[in-house]
Design a protein around this ligand. Structure first.
Ligand SMILES: Nc1nc2c(c(=O)[nH]1)N[C@H]1C(S)=C(S)[C@@H](COP(=O)(O)OP(=O)(O)OC[C@H]3O[C@@H](n4cnc5c(N)ncnc54)[C@H](O)[C@@H]3O)O[C@H]1N2
Ligand code: MOO
Length: 401
């Protein structure tokens, strides 16, 4: 059976040219969006040297002998109010009052804090401490230099980027348009929200879980339907979905039962049809991937942990590769349990900080059908070497949800 890596390579080969749109959005609205361009600072920030404190702009050389017993006397030139151009020049023996953020007047190369000075009546100021050149000055370009990269293509815009972008005068950025998803949930036993399940029925939780993960990944759901196990209905709904979305997710119907129509529906539409059926992972082994009318269609097995894990390791993976996004939320944790070798490749874990270390406890015993376990899990460990299992004390990467 195909490995996960091989399956992802096949998917990549097939869809690497999938057309992507860009949109321009306000910087502060672009949080978590993937950048479609590098953004460089168009100028120096600040554009002029500014004072870091309230005090006097001076020539550092003039202050070298200053001390409590030997204050230096400088003549007071005037004030540079914040927000105004400094139209004076500080010369030998002179000083000018500056507020925090004021422009440094020409000639001055340091600022002394007001607490280390005393104003005299005859328009002069006593200084009680020496300062060195550059002291308490934010130099031109100290914050951002012209051409400096603020954020790169493929990076997710984070609130931490916003101040620098706006300070550099960039208010709108180009990001990848949200990928449009259609979700088809399949199964005679399912009822939608708003309906009480009768005996033998369950609620369609997979659609909503997928919608939430899509939203987190920066995508949008443009169509969501629940279909009964009927081959013709499947086909019709898949056609509608493919027409309105960039990617289609089908939940359920992937196994080999008499009511599993996913592969058949994908193969009934124009396009290459199914090119992956089954991957050597658990949960999610009966994964189906196909191409209909140029669009990727993912058949995600119905047991609730499977669609969640597969969304992260296959669907979001494709979206990240298309946008050159390298971000994965991953942390290192100490494994806090022993797990004998099994068929499980992706194991939900709960994280807990104890004795200074982040520890991972298993959140789902070997049962892929637990929504409660998903809700308790902070992420999952990918067990690449099934022969080894996991042992207590081992260090593992945890992919965080
Ligand atoms: N004879 C075999 N049976 C099964 C195999 C197999 O290889 N041979 N594989 C098992 C594995 S592994 C999985 S995973 C499931 C995949 O099943 P399907 O994709 O066909 O999904 P369903 O049969 O429709 O549902 C499975 C399970 O999940 C529940 N479910 C389905 N949709 C939802 C939903 N939207 N929300 C909540 N729960 C859902 C459904 O009620 C079933 O209990 O097949 C195994 N069987
Ligand atoms: O692969 Mo299934 O997803 O074990 O439960």
């Amino acid at each position: 059976m195909l490995s996960l890596e091989a399956a992802n390579e096949l998917i990549w080969k097939k869809f690497r040219e999938l057309p992507l749109e860009h949109v321009e959005v306000d910087v502060w609205e672009a949080v978590d969006r993937i950048m479609a361009e590098d953004v460089l600072s168009p100028g120096n920030v600040p554009e002029f040297s500014r004072s870091m404190c309230d005090g006097y702009a001076v020539l550092a050389d003039n202050t070298q002998t200053a001390g409590n017993e030997t204050p230096v006397l400088l003549s007071f030139l005037g004030e540079v109010p914040p927000g105004e151009k400094a139209n004076m020049e500080v010369k030998e023996g002179q000083c000018a009052y500056v507020s925090t953020g004021s422009m440094i007047p020409a000639g001055a190369d340091a600022v002394i804090m007001v607490e280390q000075t005393k104003i005299q009546e005859n328009n002069s100021v006593l200084l009680f401490k020496p300062v060195i050149a550059g002291e308490r000055i934010i130099l031109q370009g100290d914050d951002l230099k012209t051409g400096q990269v603020i954020i790169k293509q493929g990076e997710k815009l984070n609130p931490r980027h916003v101040a620098a972008l706006v300070a550099a005068g960039i208010y709108r950025v180009k990001v990848f348009a949200r990928p449009r998803f259609a979700i088809i949930s399949t199964g005679d036993e399912l009822v939608d929200i708003g309906q009480e399940p009768a005996v033998g029925q369950i609620r369609d939780s997979n659609s909503y879980a997928l919608q939430a993960f899509i939203t987190r990944a920066g995508g949008e759901v443009v169509r969501r339907v629940l279909v009964k196990d009927d081959g013709e209905l499947y086909r019709k709904e898949l056609e509608n979905a493919v027409k309105c979305a960039d990617m289609v997710l089908i939940s359920g119907g992937c196994s080999v039962g008499i009511r599993d129509f996913t592969a058949q529906a994908i193969n009934s539409l124009p396009g290459e049809g199914v090119f992956i059926q089954g991957v050597s992972i658990r949960p999610g082994r009966p994964l189906i991937v196909g191409e209909c009318m140029g669009k990727p269609v993912f058949g995600l097995p119905g047991h609730p942990i499977a669609p969640v894990i597969l969304f992260k390791i296959v669907v979001e993976k494709l979206w990240h590769r298309l946008t050159a996004c390298e971000e994965t939320d991953m942390i290192t944790a100490v494994v806090d349990f022993d797990m004998r070798p099994s068929l499980f490749t992706h194991l939900l874990v709960q994280l807990e900080k104890r004795e200074g270390f982040i520890r991972a406890k298993t959140a789902a015993p070997e049962n892929p059908a637990q929504t409660g376990a998903i809700s308790q899990a902070h992420g999952y460990i990918w067990i690449k070497d099934l022969e080894k299992g996991l042992s207590q004390g081992q260090i593992a990467d945890v992919y965080v949800f």
